[in-house]
Write a protein that binds this ligand. Structure first.
Ligand SMILES: [Zn+2]
Length: 381
């Protein structure tokens, strides 16, 4: 029984079992079904390998009743997250166990000699061998890209390249979801919110600056998937610098990794990459620190309107520039606390994470689960 053959009833059971094992009686109550219906659908799913019996539940009287849970080891997801100059590939179980992962630095989609779909298929095959799993167990792939995504295609707004889900589906032979990487990261951070918190903004500062917005517990993609293009908000420090979007003074032109490297080089530091900048930051180099703090202030300025408009519970910063140390965060807090609405910022939690790719994989699993097991009956049902 393939994912496409699962009917509405099967999907309802799978969704009910995500995160919690249940007995037949539990499922009957949860779904409002007769016991016979529950048993028949459970038998289908057991035969198809989608669920397993996980033991017995002892009740007060009578026979112990069997418990069922998702067969997570049988439902694997392949995640390929393409950054501007790096690709991270992961095979994980739908429950979140990472089975194999590889990071290739210096890889750039669209560069001469690169073929995204073919390269993804090769990475998938390598990881399948490394993890020692059967390739048929990989049910879905999630492809993370920088920039907006519309209709499962990255938008060729400021690049010639389009990442098209259909071409990845042909190369990989499984359903593929293409999604903006900051959106995946925001989605992956959603479970870290406490029960009272419903809204989160995740900002990735790397080669570009982008954000994922969770509003009232749901990913907000906006018109044509364009929500969160934070790098294209103009700031005073941008002062007429042209941006590839066609406007001037965008924060991405003053606070992204290339802009920061340009700035410190103009100020006399001999560094070619963030890896070379890192030890100078750690050693307390004043040029490096001042540049990162100013980048934080600039990003903070770009976020004043966003934070005021959304009033998120949590703002999480991530990406390779944030990983350089706390100076960017200091500048960001300085601007937001002094210039955004105090009633909002007094309760706003501002945090940073080291490994945003981890969050991207968790978000990809959430997205993969929803695509494999949708609420609505699939078109093939
Ligand atoms: Zn721009």
């Amino acid at each position: 029984m393939t994912a496409a053959e699962l009917r509405h009833d099967h999907l309802s059971i799978i969704r009910a079992l995500s995160g919690a094992e249940q007995s037949r009686a539990d499922l009957g109550r949860t779904l409002g079904w007769a016991r016979n219906t529950v048993s028949s659908r459970l038998d289908d799913l057991l035969a198809g390998g989608w669920i397993v019996e996980s033991g017995d539940q002892l009740s007060g009287r009578g026979r112990p009743s069997a418990l069922f849970r998702l067969n997570e080891d049988n439902i694997l997801v392949f995640v390929a997250s393409f950054g501007k100059d790096q690709v991270t590939a992961t095979i994980a179980t739908i429950g979140g166990a990472v089975l194999a992962r590889s990071v290739i630095d210096g890889y750039s989609l669209g560069a001469a000699g690169s073929d995204g779909p073919a390269d993804a298929a090769r990475l998938r095959d390598e990881l399948v061998a490394e993890a020692g799993v059967s390739a048929e167990l990989i049910r879905i792939a999630v492809v993370g890209v920088t920039g907006p995504v519309e209709d499962n295609k990255s938008m060729p707004m400021y690049a010639d390249l389009t990442v098209d889900g259909a071409s990845f589906e042909r190369a990989l032979g499984i359903p593929v979801v293409v999604e903006n990487d900051a959106n995946l990261m925001a989605l992956g951070l959603l479970p870290t919110l406490d029960a009272q918190s419903r809204s989160l903004v995740f900002v990735k500062v790397a080669t570009g600056i982008g954000a994922g917005l969770i509003i009232d517990g749901r990913l907000h993609r906006g018109l044509r998937g364009l929500a969160g293009e934070l790098g294209h908000i103009p700031v005073a420090h941008g002062d007429g610098i042209p941006c590839n979007c066609g406007n001037y003074g965008c924060v991405g032109e003053v606070a992204s990794a290339p802009a920061i490297l340009n700035q410190v080089r103009n100020d006399g530091l001999d560094v070619a990459s963030l890896d070379e900048l890192q030890p100078l930051v750690a050693a307390g180099n004043q040029i490096a620190i001042a540049t990162l703090r100013q980048a934080g202030r600039d990003i903070g300025e770009a976020m004043i309107g966003l934070v005021t408009a959304i009033a998120p519970d949590v703002l999480v910063m991530g990406g390779r520039v944030v990983g350089l140390g706390d100076h960017l965060m200091t500048g960001l807090r300085e601007t937001l606390y002094s210039r955004a609405l105090p009633a909002t910022t007094s309760r706003l939690r501002i945090e940073s994470i080291r490994d945003a790719e981890d969050a991207a994989v968790r978000g990809a699993l959430v997205m993969g689960f929803d695509r494999l097991f949708p609420h609505e009956p699939s078109a093939t049902a």
